[in-house]
Design a protein around this ligand. Structure first.
Ligand code: MRU
Length: 354
């Protein structure tokens, strides 16, 4: 589908190439980044964003750091990556756990002792690139599995409300929430999407609408404050969103505004599903209250595009994410199937089976 005409990110001859999401939908511009610092800044300014996609980007950043390093021994290379490259990438964004999950995987591969024949710096470089490529291809495969699992909960003709962008742009391809939509379309279920515009950075309007339109999947956009009346008017059959981090008890951290949508869905008796890979579940945090919420720059609220929409000197609130309590979640669609409450035990079982 989408992968044929555009891509979110890839490794190409010593550099990470990615579609600059800050410029969509006006411009389809690919960045070619061959320095770790440039990649770190691209993650920070959301040129690449969405939990799984930043995990893949960070993994590629480690490979980039390895190939750029002048270290000629495996030990020197390991130390450089562990003291400079990995900490820099870890510091880019605090909430999406896939970033840390991917970096931990890279670090484990880095530390692997693969015997004297393979202990040179070049062998380490090769195996890091191989691991980053594996994280990317597994992510696409996992999204397809999430899509298939989601078929269990999608009815023919469903009008699906989503918030932010949990699509191909937020992953290595296909998407999580939009993976469910794509799978449903491929299964002939004739579903359509209602995308919340998702202020302040408009991921719903700019990104979700863009990628669905590219795939000829019916999509309409509503402003965030319209969701309640759309539900009241019977125009929403279900909600499917992504997640940046899910706690051990099933609380979901996702783009700011998700909690409000979940409350509205409950008030209107509309099922509220979260679609995410198991790598988004952080079993080390007991509940959503323990998950760090990124606070972003005032300017993102104070401006819409180039237009200043706030009087100078007025303060803003700018948390990038919120916590949806697990009691509002109808189900969590993962590659291991649809998890249902009580989430604590469902999550433990899903990890045991995986
Ligand atoms: O700040 P962003 O654009 O990175 O936030 C992204 C989201 O909140 C997504 O819904 C989430 O990462 C899931 S992506 C499959």
């Amino acid at each position: 589908m989408s992968a044929s005409s555009w891509f979110t990110l890839r490794w190409n001859e010593g550099a990470v190439e990615l579609l600059d999401q800050t410029r969509l939908p006006e411009e389809e511009h690919y960045l070619r980044l061959d320095q770790v610092e440039d990649l770190a800044q691209a993650i920070e300014r959301l040129s690449v964003r969405g939990a799984p996609a930043i995990g893949v980007a960070a993994a590629m950043g480690v490979a980039l750091g390895a190939f750029n390093s002048m270290a000629d021994g495996a030990e020197a290379l390991r130390s450089e990556l562990e003291t400079e490259v990995i900490p820099r990438l870890r510091a880019t964004r605090p909430t999406a756990v896939n970033l840390f999950w991917a970096l931990d995987r890279m670090q484990a591969r880095l530390r692997e002792d693969s015997g004297p024949a393979k202990s040179g710096a070049d062998a380490v470089r090769e195996r890091l690139l191989e691991e980053a490529q594996k994280i990317l291809s597994e992510d696409i495969q996992t999204c397809h599995q999430i899509g298939q699992a989601g078929l269990e909960v999608v009815e023919a003709g469903a009008r699906i409300l989503t918030h932010c962008n949990a699509g191909a742009l937020a992953t290595a391809g296909y998407g999580t929430a939009l993976g469910v939509v794509r799978a449903a379309r491929e299964a002939g279920l004739g579903v359509s999407v209602l995308a919340d515009e998702t202020r302040p950075l408009l991921q719903g309007a700019r990104l979700t609408a863009w990628e669905l339109q590219r795939d000829q999947i019916p999509v309409r956009v509503c402003t965030d404050n319209m969701a309640a009346s759309m539900m009241q008017g019977g125009q929403v059959d279900m909600v499917v969103v992504g997640a940046d981090r899910i706690a051990a008890n099933g609380d979901v951290v996702n783009k700011i505004g998700t909690y409000g949508v979940a409350v509205l869905a409950q008030a209107h008796g509309i099922p509220f599903y979260v679609a995410a890979p198991l790598s988004t579940i952080d079993r080390s945090v007991a509940s959503g209250a323990e998950i760090p919420i990124e606070v972003r720059d005032r300017e993102e609220v104070a401006r819409i595009g180039n237009r200043v929409v706030l009087p100078e000197g007025v303060e803003v609130e700018q948390p990038a994410f919120d916590v949806t309590p697990c009691r509002l979640v109808t189900g969590i669609v993962t590659e291991a199937g649809v998890l249902r409450a009580p989430y604590e035990s469902a999550i433990v079982a899903a990890f045991q089976d995986s």
